[in-house]
Design a protein around this ligand. Structure first.
Ligand code: APR
Length: 241
């Protein structure tokens, strides 16, 4: 690294980074929320009203995620490389519930909206690895009770995971990078301001198009993640930021 700046990096990712792996985004014209009602499938109230419909929705997505053609793409791999080669700390905070960052080599990773390949029992609190389908009769492997199992994902109205760890990392970062997210959903949409105000961090947006918060970023690059992310990582590893 010829060395302009270095320091800790926090990367926030959203559905756009997994689009070229074959997974739908939420708010694009062909996105998930154009086909299903988010109040029905992504709120605790929707689950209480119709648990079967919610289980079916996530069963479908869990199967899709595990199909052979859904693989980490060049953007996920580039972030794995950044973490391995950057001299300071790199933390990836993803809103995605897929497991493509792990496949791309990211190790210091927070799934703030949960994980599709995990299930939780609301009766005993146990979290389990989960690759199969689930329904209202599914029995919790920890407490043996039926009726409490749900996808280990964060629904609207619920608190995202690991917020304290995320805030600490934002307060200590020199660079905040937002990739493939529309900036519509808080608290993630507020991380750019937190990084600026609590750490005076440099900020970069890499996305297909300007997000809701685009004007808050010091630097922006627009294009498909599989092109812009590897090129950006290459440049940062070579030159700093
Ligand atoms: N490369 C880069 N960016 C892309 C690509 C691509 N190939 N394709 C789409 N995008 C961009 C879109 O332009 C959009 O700005 O990715 C963004 C995706 O935005 P959303 O669909 O809103 O997804 P996200 O920001 O992750 O949503 C946040 O909303 O419903 C919830 O819980 C869900 O975690 C999700 C949260």
């Amino acid at each position: 690294m010829r060395g302009r700046k270095r320091g800790n990096i926090v990367v926030l990712t959203g559905a756009g980074i997994s689009k070229e792996s074959g997974l739908d985004t939420f708010r694009d014209a062909d996105g998930l929320w154009s086909r299903v009602n988010l109040e029905d499938v992504a709120t605790p109230e929707g689950f209480a009203r119709n648990p079967k419909m919610v289980h079916d929705f996530y069963n479908h997505r869990r199967r899709e995620l595990q199909s052979d053609n859904v693989r980490a793409n060049a953007a996920h791999v580039a972030l794995g490389r950044l973490e391995a080669e950057w001299p300071d700390n790199v933390l990836v905070v993803t809103q995605n519930i897929d497991a493509l960052h792990e496949e791309g080599g990211s190790k210091n990773l927070i799934h703030m909206h949960g994980e599709m390949l995990k299930a939780r029992c609301d009766l005993c609190g146990a979290v389990h690895d989960w690759t199969g389908d689930m329904d209202i009769g599914t029995v919790c492997p920890a407490c043996d009770a039926a009726g409490g199992m749900r996808p280990h994902v964060v629904w609207f109205g619920e608190m995202p995971f690991e917020m304290e760890r995320i805030s600490r990392a934002l307060a200590q970062c020199s660079l905040f990078v937002s990739i493939g997210t529309s900036g519509n959903v808080y608290p993630a949409a507020g991380f750019v301001q937190e990084a600026i105000f609590s750490a005076r961090a440099h900020t970069v947006e890499l996305n297909m198009e300007p997000s809701e918060g685009a004007t808050m970023f010091a630097e922006t690059v627009y294009g498909p993640a599989t092109e812009v992310v590897p090129a950006w990582v290459e440049r940062v590893l070579e030159e700093g930021f």
